[in-house]
Every structure is written in structure tokens, then in C-alpha cells.
Design a protein around this ligand. Structure first.
Ligand SMILES: Cc1ncc(COP(=O)(O)O)c(C=O)c1O
Length: 465
């Protein structure tokens, strides 16, 4: 393909993309294909000769598109959103075109310097204190793994990387039972072990970590000769939005000299709205590490996860490695690959720059406020449905409900809704029962889209009965 052909197809794809988004609402949200159906349409062997782009794109429409679940669909109410605001998509096109590998300052100074400034813009937007720096990672899972590795190294006097963990005793990490599975996985991969992740009961209206249980667990572990290494708090847990009391958790961690990480992967975006901070952000100042994903609710195209650090030194002491081929000479510069596990880095900051400049914080705030308000509205509509029960009240824009019947009935309703295709919901578990989660957060969703979901639920439920 030469660059003139590239320009031709690039324009074609840009038009296709705009049409796709304009007509998204007419498509079923969740892919309606059966397992294996897409793969069966692909040849088993690669072509020896070149094929025309017309043919490849026609097959893309025919074979691939039916197997896509539409995350940008305005009636996507499952999981958490993975938004892609148009300006952030344009930035990604530029990033793809430049295709720079931004591991070191000198491998693209602009990428490093824009990243530093974007982290500071977001720090201000989230009202984190001056002094926090940070790094953009691919996912909250990677940021959490970095923090857990830092907990491990700090608790072992930075000897784990060199000596391994054998003979170092049981390192313990504490969190509530509302944390995302990425915390479990970080503990597996870091060699801490699932049994050394102390998941303590959450309670109260926000499903928060029990502070006394935290204190008791740490004391009991010390008495048993274990080594407390860190505490992981959560703001906006995946299941039902569980959110810890950040100040009291931090106080205990500090008294015990434990490293702290806060997972605000989803709810962090809502902290650009000052009115939500008193409930969800009080006491955030002082956490050693905080992760939030602009690719979830804020609108930066996936993938984009910001890890704020009050002091980068512990993480650098844990992850920095500098073979000769990565050394750079000259003035002191930031090489962000030293802050993270992967060496290679995409230029992720550009989409944050495009996003924030195109909308301004005010407009981004308004979207989130709308989502929260509409979530409360539909929650009331579902509460009023005959025999339906709200299991957990809205935490920001997430709540959960049950239809009449047992756990199997909940799954039947979720499956029937997703087969119907007008909306997309997913199930969860809370206090031993199956629940149906509902979150509002798709970038372009409207109040009508959200309220339509209540009618769809009612309609599909009636048909099921
Ligand atoms: C609260 C929370 N933390 C962490 C994650 C993991 O995020 P990522 O996919 O960026 O690793 C999720 C994913 O939805 C989440 O909801």
C-alpha cells in the first residue's frame, strides 16, 4: 500500500467510523453470535498473495462486525463504560500514525512532557494536592500490580527483586471484600499469595472496609509473625460501588507504616465534580498510590490508566532497571518506562490532551452529573416495578436490583435482556445472592436511552413470565 492509497482508505474509514457511531443505536448492544461462528468464517491458512483492501474491508463488515459488542452504544449499561470520545479517537489516529515507542524521554520528548503535564492537569481536576506526580499505564491492573510490587519491596527492605521471597515470611496486604479481582491477581503475580491478601468485611451504606477489623487483622498478623506490607482502599468497587472511608484507612496504615494504594479506577472520573468529593474523596490526600482510568468514565479512548504517586521513589526503587542500551546522557529527564512493568509505551497522553481541550472540564463534569441523576431516576422506576427489589442503592451511577424469583431467575432475565439486544446489563453477586448491575456512563447516552431501559426490562420480564 502506498501513501496515496493509505490516504484514500483513511478517508473511507473516517467516514465509516462517523456512520457507525451515528447508527449505533439501531444495533443490538451485545453481539448476537454463537461461540465459534466468527472463526468458522475465516480461512484456516494465511493468503500467499496480496488481497485488495476493498475485499478485506468487505469481509470486515460481513464477518467481524456481527461479532462486535458495542461498547459505545448509548444503551450499554453493563460492567463499567470504556468510553471513546471522538476527539480522543482522533488523537489515537495521530498516535497510530506517528507510531512512536515512547519508553524514554529521548525516544519522543513530546510524549514524556505532554504526559507529565496531563498528569498534573488531572491531579488538579481531581483536587489532589500539589506534589503528586504519576505515570500513565495501560490498565488499572498494571498500576495495582506496580503498587503491590512496591509494597513487597518496601516491606522487604528492597531485597525481594534481588533475592527472591524465600525465607522472608508471609507478607500481608489488607483490603475490603469489595475490591476488584485485579487486586487478587496482583497479589498472585507479586508472589504475595492469595492467602496473604486479607479481605476484610465491608459494611454500611457505602460498603466500606471495617476499620476495627483492619486494626485487629494487622495486630493479629504481627503477633503471628507475619509482615504487614500494605493497605489497598477502594473508591467505587466493581460489584456495587463499595467505597472505603479514605481518611480512617490511611490513618491506620500510617500508624502501622504501611504503603497505601487506592483503586478508584471507575469512580475517580467523578471526582472532577466537587459535589461528590465530600462523600468519596475525603482523606485521599496522602495515599502513596492512586489509580483511576480516564478510559472508563471520563472519555479517553481505551487504554488509559493514570497512576498518581505522592512520591515516585519507592516505585522507582522497585521497577527501575537500566541496562546500557537504555541509558541516556544529558540533563536529568523523566524516563517513564522506569516507573512501570512494560518497557514499551504508547503515547497515551495525547488523547487526554485532545479530550480535555475539546470539551473543557465543565462539559465533562456535566456528563457525569447527568449520568448520576439519570441512574437515580431509573433506579426509582425499577423500584416501582411489581416484585422488583433494589438491592444496593445508587453509588454515583451504579446500583443493583433483583427481579422476583431465585438466583436462576436473575440470570434468566439478564440473558433474555442481552439476547433481546436493546440494552446490555451484567450480573454480579452481593451478600451471597445474584444481583443485576445497572450503571449509567456511556459518553453519549441520553436520559431517554436510560429511561427506555426500564421499559425494556419490564417488557422482557413480562415475556419471560
Ligand atoms: C474498581 C476496578 N478496579 C480495577 C479494574 C481493572 O481495570 P483494568 O481493566 O484497567 O485493569 C476495574 C475494571 O473494571 C474496576 O472496576
Amino acid at each position: 500500500m502506498d501513501w496515496d492509497e493509505f490516504a484514500h482508505w483513511g478517508k473511507h474509514i473516517a467516514d465509516w467510523s462517523a456512520d457507525y457511531h451515528k447508527t449505533l443505536s439501531d444495533r443490538p448492544v451485545r453481539a448476537q453470535t454463537k461461540p465459534g461462528e466468527i472463526a468458522a468464517q475465516l480461512p484456516c491458512t494465511p493468503p500467499e498473495g496480496a488481497e485488495k483492501m476493498e475485499t478485506v474491508l468487505a469481509d470486515f463488515e460481513r464477518i467481524v462486525m456481527p461479532g462486535i459488542t458495542h461498547w459505545q452504544h448509548p444503551r450499554f449499561f453493563a460492567y463499567f463504560p470504556a468510553n471513546a470520545a471522538p476527539p480522543s479517537m482522533l488523537a489515537e489516529m495521530l498516535v497510530t500514525t506517528i507510531a512512536a515507542q515512547c519508553m524514554l524521554w529521548q525516544t519522543s520528548p513530546a510524549a514524556t512532557e505532554v504526559e507529565g503535564v496531563m498528569i498534573d492537569w488531572l491531579r488538579q481536576a481531581l483536587e489532589l494536592p500539589n506534589g503528586y506526580t504519576g505515570v500513565i499505564q495501560d490498565s488499572a491492573s498494571s498500576a495495582t500490580l506496580s503498587a503491590v510490587l512496591t509494597m513487597r519491596e518496601r516491606a522487604t527492605g528492597y531485597t525481594g527483586n534481588r533475592q527472591g521471597l524465600f525465607g522472608k515470611g508471609n507478607l500481608r496486604i489488607y483490603c475490603s471484600d469489595q475490591v476488584h479481582s485485579s487486586i487478587d491477581r496482583a497479589c498472585w503475580v507479586a508472589g504475595i499469595g492469595q492467602e496473604n491478601l486479607r479481605k476484610l468485611p465491608a459494611s454500611g451504606p457505602r460498603h466500606s472496609l471495617d476499620i476495627n477489623a483492619l486494626k485487629e487483622a494487622i495486630a493479629a498478623d504481627r503477633a503471628a509473625g507475619h509482615i504487614p506490607a500494605g493497605v489497598i482502599a477502594v473508591t467505587g468497587g466493581t460489584g456495587v460501588g463499595g467505597s472505603d472511608e479514605l481518611g480512617p484507612v490511611l490513618e491506620v496504615a500510617r500508624q502501622e507504616n504501611l504503603y497505601t494504594h487506592l483503586d478508584a479506577a471507575w469512580a475517580g472520573a467523578a471526582m472532577i465534580c466537587p459535589e461528590f468529593r465530600s462523600d468519596f474523596w475525603m482523606g485521599v490526600e496522602g495515599y502513596d498510590s492512586i489509580v483511576f482510568n480516564p478510559h472508563k468514565w471520563l472519555g479517553a479512548q481505551f487504554d488509559c490508566s493514570v497512576q498518581f504517586l505522592s512520591d515516585p521513589e519507592p516505585q522507582l526503587n522497585t521497577l527501575k532497571i537500566e541496562p546500557e542500551y537504555l541509558k541516556t546522557s544529558g540533563d536529568a529527564v523523566t524516563n517513564y518506562s522506569e516507573w512501570t512493568i512494560p518497557l514499551g509505551r504508547r503515547f497515551r497522553a495525547l488523547k487526554i490532551w485532545f479530550l480535555i481541550r475539546s470539551y473543557g472540564l465543565d462539559c465533562l463534569r456535566q456528563r457525569i452529573r447527568n449520568h448520576v441523576a439519570w441512574s437515580r431516576e431509573i433506579c426509582e422506576k425499577i423500584r416501582a416495578m411489581d416484585g422488583f427489589e433494589i438491592v444496593t442503592e445508587p453509588v454515583l451511577s451504579l446500583f443493583s436490583f433483583r427481579c422476583p424469583g431465585d438466583d436462576a431467575a436473575q440470570q434468566r432475565l439478564v440473558d433474555a435482556l442481552n439476547d433481546d439486544g436493546r440494552i446490555y446489563l451484567t450480573q454480579g453477586a452481593f451478600q451471597g445472592r445474584k444481583i443485576i448491575r445497572f450503571q449509567v456512563g456511556q459518553f453519549d447516552t441520553t436520559r431517554e436511552d436510560v429511561l427506555e431501559a426500564a421499559e425494556v426490562i419490564q417488557d422482557v420480564w413480562r415475556k419471560l413470565r
